[in-house]
Design a binder for this molecule. Sequence first.
Ligand SMILES: [Zn+2]
Length: 157
Amino acid sequence: MKSKNYKKIILAEFPVDIILNLVEKRHVYFGKFRIYMNSIKLCVFKEKNAICQFCKLRATIFKLCVFLPKDISIKEAIEMQNFKHAFFNIYGEPQRSTEREFTLDHIVARANKGTNDISNLQPTCAKCNNLKGAIDNMRFKKMIIGVTKNYELVLKK
Ligand SMILES: [Zn+2]
């Protein structure tokens, strides 16, 4: 779907609590866009709190997004009722007017045969997720403790 013929459109932004309270409904509608609320991503954020497990950044914004073909406007897409599937990207703000996207991190990395089961997934910000890579979860936590004073500086780079 993310080909160069598509553009990502942000339909709306919501505070985290509003969305997490809707998780586990099968789906809700935003206009004509159907949003699945029982995705693994939303369930993990509901179950394990919308906080980065490493730097403790809290997610504050859900952005409802949709991919549209580049040559179609959002108005046309809604009229065509053709692009019904919207999804949420999740963000936190480490400082005012900066944004950091949240991701799902594999506690046991896929490279080490970790599964996609909810029990093996945790919310992290994209920066921590990138830094962690395939490093073991406990080892990464210990590494962070070792650089606690400098960890935020590391993330700013
Ligand atoms: Zn983080």
